[in-house]
Design a protein around this ligand. Sequence first.
Ligand code: AMP
Length: 560
Amino acid sequence: MPLDANEDRTGFAELALRPELLGALSGLGYEEPTPIQREAIPPLLEGHDLLGQAATGTGKTAAFALPVLQRMEKDRSATAPMALVLVPTRELAVQVSEAVHRYGKDIGARVLPIYGGQPIGRQLRALERGVDVVVATPGRAIDHMGRGTLNLDQLKMVVLDEADEMLDMGFAEDIDQILQAVPEQRQTVLFSATMPPRIDRMARSHLREPVRIQIGRETTPQGEAPRVRQVAYVVSRAHKPAALGRVLDVEAPTAAIVFCRTRDEVDQLTETLNGRGYRAESLHGGISQEQRDRVMNRLRAGTADLLVATDVAARGLDVDQLTHVINYNVPSAPESYVHRIGRVGRAGREGVAITLAEPREHSMLKTIERVTKQKIEIEKIPTVADLRARRLELTRAALHESLLEDDLASFRVVVESLTDEFDLVEVALAAVKLAHEASGAAADEEEIPEVAPRTERPRREQSGPGGVGGARRGRGPTAGMTRLFVGAGRAARIRPQDLVGAIANESRLNGRDIGAIEIADRFSLVEVPEEAAEDVISALRGATIKGRRVQVRRERDTTA
Ligand code: AMP
C-alpha cells in the first residue's frame, strides 16, 4: 500500500499509547511498531505478565519501556521507583536508561542506571532525590537493597531484560532475591533471546500466567523466500558508514535500496553517501508524495543509484532495476527481512541481499536463517587491496566493452603519433591509467577493522600499565572517530568506565558509540564519533568526572 502523506505517520497510534509517547516516537523518527512491539505492547497495557523471546535489534526495549511509561503518572513526585529493569551489563543499563529517558521525556520520567563500577555516591544522591525507573545490574541492585537505599515498595512493574544472559553471568540467585523483595501485586516482564529450560523455570516461579510471544516463530512457506545471494558483514557501529561505502564500491550495484530504522538515520546516511560520491536519495514518512514521485522517477531513470529508505516508506515500492537490497541494520524481524529481500531476484534475475550486523546482532541473523531456512554467508569486509583489484576489474571491463564497439578510429592518430616515441604497451598503460582515474575511483586507504560475531557483550579495551606510550600517541584515531583529550587520568583514579559513564550520562551517546579509551597519568584520550564530538565536549564542559571538573577538548594533533 503506498504511503499517504496525510496518514498517521507513527503507526503507533493504534496501540493506544498516550500522546506524550506518540510525540516522542514520532520525534525519534520511528514510523511503525516493530513486530515485537506490536505483539507485546497491547497485553502489557492490559496488565498481563509477559514472556517474550526476542533478541537485540528487535526493538524489545521500547516493547517494555512504552508500557512502563504509559502507566506512569506525569511528573510523578514519589521518591521510590515505580519500575525496575534488570539487565546483565553496565552497557545495557546505560543503553536502556537512555532509551527510557528518550521515550519518557514529555512525561518527565526520571530514569537512573545503577551498575557496578560507577561511584555509588552519585547513585545514592539520585535515588534520594527520587526516580521513576531504575535500570540496574542485579549485583548493584542487591548492594543498594542491602544498604536500604533502593526502595522497591512502590514497584508496579519489573522487567528482566536479556534474562538468558543474566543467568549465564551467574545472576540467578540475585534475581530470585530481588524478586522476593518486590510487591506481589506487580506486573512482570521477561525478555530473553533464547528459551532454555532454566528460563522457563524462572518464568514459572516469577511470572503469573504470562502471555507468551516469540518473534520469528512464523515460518515462511517453503519456496516463498526468493533466491537471492545473501551476505552479511559484521562490523562495529563506528565503522558502518565506511563499511557500507566499501561494500557498495565492490558490489557496484545498478540500483540499490538501503534500509534504515529511522528517518534521522535515512537522512544522515543519504548525506554521508552523497558525500562519498554516490547519487543517493532518501525516502521516509516525512517526505511528501510529490517529492516521493520525484525520487522514484530519478531512480527509474537511472539518475540516482541508491535509495535510502525506511520500511514504511518503501512499502508498495516496485523498482524493476533493483539489483541489491542492503540492510543497514539487521531487520527487527525475519518477516521484515523476507519482505525486504523480496524486492530483488525477481523474474529470474540475480539479486543480492546484504546485511550489516553489529557483533551483538549476530543471534538475530541466526534467527533469520532459521526462519527463512536459507544461509546468510558472513563475509569479510573487502580490504583496500580487494577494492583496488575490483576497481581495476571494472576498468578492464569498461575497456573490453569499448574495444567491442567500432568507434575507435578517430583516436588512431593519437596512438600512432605516440608510438614513434613509446612502446605500444606503454601507450596502452598510460591510456588505461587515465581511464581508471577518470572513473572517479576515490582513494580509500583506510582498512576497516575486522570484528568477530559474538553473543557476549564487548569489553572495553583498557590501557595497560604503560598507559599512552610514545608510539601509541602519534597514531590517528579510528576512521570516523575523533579523539578527545580529557584533563584527568590515572593520578585522579579515572577508569574507562568513569569516562564512559560521564559521556553516556551527559551526552546523547551511549556506551556502544564510544571507541577506544586510553588512560595516561595526567590525562585520558577517548574516541567518540566525529559528528558527536562537539556535543560531547559541550556536554562535558559543565559536568564533573569523579567529583571534579575536567578540561575536555579535541586532542591536538601531535603528528606533524
Ligand atoms: P533494541 O532491540 O531494543 O535494542 O532496539 C534496536 C534499535 O531499534 C534501537 O536503535 C532502537 O532505537 C530502534 N527501534 C526500536 N523500535 C523502533 C521502531 N519502531 N522503529 C524504528 N526503530 C526502532
